[in-house]
Design a protein around this ligand. Structure first.
Ligand code: C2E
Ligand code: CA
Ligand code: CA
Length: 687
């Protein structure tokens, strides 16, 4: 048991701590008195004593480390030897030996003097208490003085010495912790089973040492052999523990380890403030996709190295997965400071990376949250750093500190946002496909891809709930990239199957800012070999019209790729004829709200007729969405609408049933699938 690492604060001087200080001083009195008692007889000590004493020193200097976390100092085996000496030669040499061993190891570990002072006093008093048991059974001077060896009937008092030693020792250590703010009992109970087991393992050695010594002192070193095995086993378990807590690629601590560090920091007696920063590389995925995973891995290793190099001692950087890292910045004094550290890391990453024959430039977005200002729980702090990081990505400010006032998200939404990001990576999102068919002959003119999130706990979450969330964060690009790439994979599979169906993907306003969408589309087209006319992008007319100047670059890029646009929810916004003519729009989707009221006649009929006529006047197709009944179908057909989409024809379906749906119609009516993706259907099929 290694004591605590925090310096006791003398300011909290209470009756309790006065008692505690007295105890430690008492331990020192005992040490001094023991030295006086032992000194005259040192020369007469037998060989067995010296062998045991030597092993005690070795045991103190070579602790057995089983857990790097609970017990950073390891469990020292010297206590077992010290107890053997206590049993055979009594209290005085045991106290002197233990004091010597403790002093030696504390000096070797460069521990501060107050710690040495405490540990020596603490151990002396603990052994002194255990010795009271020997007194009680009339063996105060030890077995040697009584002129006998260890017997079977001695076992109960031997065990009693262990129990007393453990209780007194743990109480003294816990008393120290109380000084720095934690309660005695919390500290006493903390990891108690771990200490019980390791203490028992060490102390159980003591009677065996006595027995060996009673035969011949030369048997005692044999105990080193099983001890050596224990050392080896402990080392192996440390290696395993290391693997479980570290990332194999970069060697950095992993998420689990970081959580432990944060938990520890939050629950530490001093409750020192710290900052948690989440760092996400911008455009790393591009490197991976274009240069391959080997280069990506190498880059991550270099990034890890640079981040580590930019940290202060005592800070930790962990890899959370992918291109995401987290930093625990210990003891930051004020928010300014953490931002400085974050800035240093960010600029360390902006230096170009030289990899084999390429030079790469990286940027990173960093979000910071503070303990205790922003939360006193690991998950909340992580979430808030996450939110700040998204803000940084979204606003291109590189570094953001979490700001409650600016965070319009409720905790629930924050949780969802963090979960969504993981869901995209973990593949919890999937696409469903809903067919669009021609009103004239019911041939399939395409399918619309609609994203679905199967949340492992909350179940199905509709897109209307998480798309807006993704839009306010930096996640939208990632989500759309997933949808585009998955939809084109599906289109390619159908094409190979002889069903060249056009797939429409919904894009949001956010997707039109920046070059990501065009890049993602181009990449997926090249990768899958699907011709551009089999991909359509649906965007609402509001999106397109409101921000035309900002999005024109993206639209131009898409037009160059040969991608046609479909104007979604048409009729709910304001479009200018001029724009409709200028933009690469190929169809207008009549909003569901108008279609659903078609059968009621009146104004809605004239609105739908106007939209359809407008579409035709501009050379575009009109699609009615949300067609649920025969009446709606008939009304649209009568108004000259080109195609329809809705539950009457088919609900959105997962890839497999959608494929079966498409194939069934082709088998029933072997059609010559045309190059434009039109597939003729059995005429009577859906009527
Ligand atoms: P939207 O683009 O207007 O998609 C059509 C919505 O109408 C879909 O809802 C679809 O399931 C539903 N629907 C289809 N036929 C009928 C019908 O006959 N009756 C009724 N009442 N509803 C019908 P969903 O899948 O819940 O999607 C909602 C919205 O979420 C979509 O509206 C779209 O704006 C957005 N969305 C879906 N997937 C994506 C995506 O991958 N990216 C983006 N940016 N937005 C998406
Ligand atoms: Ca749509
Ligand atoms: Ca729509």
């Amino acid at each position: 048991m290694g004591g605590t690492t925090d310096r006791p604060s003398l300011a909290r001087f209470s009756l309790f701590s006065a008692t505690w200080h007295l105890c430690v001083w008492l331990g020192w009195v005992l040490v001094a008195y023991s030295v006086v008692r032992v000194a005259p007889s040192v020369a007469r000590m037998p060989l067995a004593f010296w062998i045991i004493a030597a092993l005690a020193l070795v045991g103190e200097l070579r602790p057995v480390r089983t857990s790097g976390f609970f017990d950073p100092q390891g469990t020292v085996t010297s206590t077992g030897y010290v107890f053997a000496i206590l049993y055979v030669w009594g209290l005085w040499p045991a106290v002197v030996l233990h004091a010597a061993a403790t002093t030696l190891s504390e000096l070797q570990k460069h521990k501060p003097p107050w710690k040495l002072f405490f540990n020596v006093g603490q151990y002396a008093l603990s052994i002194g208490s255990a010795a009271l048991v020997l007194h009680a059974v009339g063996l105060g001077g030890g077995l040697a003085e009584a002129g006998r060896g260890l017997r079977g009937s001695d076992l109960p008092w031997v065990v009693a010495t262990w129990v007393i030693w453990f209780l007194v020792n743990n109480a003294l250590v816990s008393g120290l912790a109380q000084e720095s703010g934690r309660t005695f009992w919390t500290e006493f109970a903390d990891d108690i089973w771990f200490y019980v087991v390791t203490t028992a393992a060490v102390l159980a050695l003591s009677p065996l040492i006595v027995l060996a010594a009673s035969a011949s002192g030369w048997y005692i070193p044999l105990l080193l052999i099983p001890m050596f095995a224990v050392h080896k086993a402990a080392k192996l378990s440390l290696v395993e523990q290391h693997q479980a807590l570290h990332d194999s690629l970069t060697g950095l601590p992993n998420r689990k380890y970081l959580h432990r560090i944060l938990d520890h920091a939050i629950n530490s007696p001093g409750q020192e403030p710290f900052a948690l920063a989440i760092l996400d590389l911008d455009r790393f995925k591009e490197v991976n996709d274009t240069l391959g995973h080997a280069v990506g891995d190498r880059l991550l290793e270099l990034v890890a190295k640079r981040i580590r190099g930019a940290l202060r001692p005592g800070d930790t950087v962990a890899r959370l997965g992918g291109d995401e890292f987290a930093l625990h910045l210990a003891g930051v004094d004020g928010q300014q400071h953490a931002a400085q550290v974050a800035e240093r890391i960010r600029s360390a990453l902006t230096e170009p990376f030289h990899l084999e024959d390429v030079v790469l430039e990286l940027e990173a977005s960093i979000g910071v949250s503070y303990f205790p200002d922003h939360g006193s729980d690991v998950h909340v702090l992580m979430q808030r750093a996450d939110v700040a990081m998204y803000l940084a990505k979204g606003t291109q400010t590189d570094i953001e500190v979490y700001d409650l006032a600016r965070d319009h998200n409720s905790t629930d939404r924050l949780g969802l946002l963090a979960a969504l990001r993981r869901a995209i990576e973990a593949g919890e999102l999937e696409l469903h496909y809903q067919p669009k068919v021609a009103l004239a002959d019911r041939s399939v003119v395409g399918v619309e891809a609609l994203v679905r999130w199967n949340h492992p706990v909350r179940g199905f979450i509709p897109p209307d709930e998480f798309i807006p969330l993704a839009e306010t964060s930096g996640l939208m690009h990632q989500l759309t990239e997933f949808v585009v790439s998955t939809a084109l994979d599906q289109a390619a599979a159908w094409r190979r199957d002889g069903m060249p169906v056009a797939v429409a993907v919904n894009v949001s306003a956010r997707d039109l800012h920046g070059p990501e969408l065009v890049r993602a589309v181009r990449r997926s087209l090249v990768r899958t070999g699907v011709p551009a006319d089999l991909l359509k992008l649906e965007l609402t007319e509001r999106t397109l019209m409101a921000q035309h100047s900002r999005v024109s670059e993206t639209i131009d890029g898409l037009e160059k790729l040969g991608i046609a646009l479909s104007l979604d929810d048409f009729g709910t916004g304001y479009s200018s004829m001029f724009m409709l003519k200028r933009l690469p729009v190929s169809e207008l989707k009549v909003d569901r709200s108008f279609v659903s009221r078609l059968s009621e006649g009146g104004e809605d009929v004239s609105i739908v007729r106007t939209i359809i006529d407008l579409a035709h006047a501009l050379g575009l197709k009109a699609v009615g969405e949300g067609v649920e009944t025969e009446e709606m179908w008939e009304a649209l057909a009568e108004l000259g609408c080109d195609s329809a989409q809705g539950w009457l024809i088919a609900r959105p379906m997962p890839a497999e049933p959608a494929t079966a749906w498409l194939r069934e119609r082709l088998l029933a009516f072997p059609a010559e699938a045309s190059g434009t993706g039109r597939i003729r259907l059995l005429a009577a099929d859906t009527a």
